[in-house]
Design a protein. Structure first.
Length: 191
């Protein structure tokens, strides 16, 4: 279980355009192992069991998670809903559905939809007074987003929303691979 910044895989970032220090951390690991206030699930609009992040979180949380998510859908693209983490180490799971990059439709609407996944999740965390949250690289698995492009949207959306979440001390970008972590390090301007 990962709950701190041991291991040397984490870099802290700083807001590039302000004096306030942003609480960004970058790690390589599995999001279902994180003992934080909340982790974000790369869900679909029906909250139907999926692969990738969703499958990993459902395995860790146990069957009560699917019982809970069966009662909620559909959700809108970019909307965030919350459940307990059940048997998984995080207290809560925030479920959000990214746009599918490979589907037809205007790029601007897709970008706004992916950004909203991040802002909605941070708003949800702020409304609950959470101090920590972890995001996977939303949209970059089966939803097909180019990784660098999605990272830029993620960082910009979080930077935009964080001033409205003063209690949030840790925003962890949980990358599945070292390649993704490098994209985030470059995006945040940290070494
Ligand atoms: P989406 O449907 O939004 O594309 P996926 O779950 O397919 O979501 O993938 C999102 C990202 O999460 C991908 O970059 C994938 O490599 C990564 N990923 C897959 N499993 C995990 C995991 N257990 N923990 C963290 N990241 C993961």
């Amino acid at each position: 279980m990962w709950a701190g910044n041991a291991g040397g895989t984490i870099a802290r970032g700083a807001l590039r355009n302000g004096a306030m220090s942003a609480p960004f951390e970058i790690m390589v690991g599995r999001i279902e192992t994180l003992a934080l206030d909340a982790v974000v699930n790369a869900a679909n609009r029906q909250l139907a069991p999926g692969s990738g992040v969703d499958g990993a979180l459902r395995s860790a949380a146990g069957p009560r998670l699917t019982e809970a998510t069966n009662r909620i859908p559909p959700i809108l693209t970019g909307e965030a809903v919350i459940t307990p983490g059940y048997d998984a180490p995080m207290k809560f799971i925030i479920h959000t559905a990214a746009p599918i990059w490979t589907e037809p439709g205007p790029e601007g609407a897709k970008v706004a939809g992916l950004a909203k996944c991040y802002t909605s999740s941070i708003k949800m965390a702020a409304s609950r007074g959470f101090e920590s949250i972890a995001f996977p690289c939303l949209g970059t698995g089966v939803y097909g987003w180019p990784r660098g492009f999605a990272c830029g949207i993620a960082v910009a959306a979080c930077e935009q929303e964080l001033p409205n979440a003063p209690k949030l001390k840790r925003v962890v970008f949980c990358c599945f691979t070292e390649d993704d972590a490098k994209i985030y390090r470059d995006g945040l301007g940290v070494s």
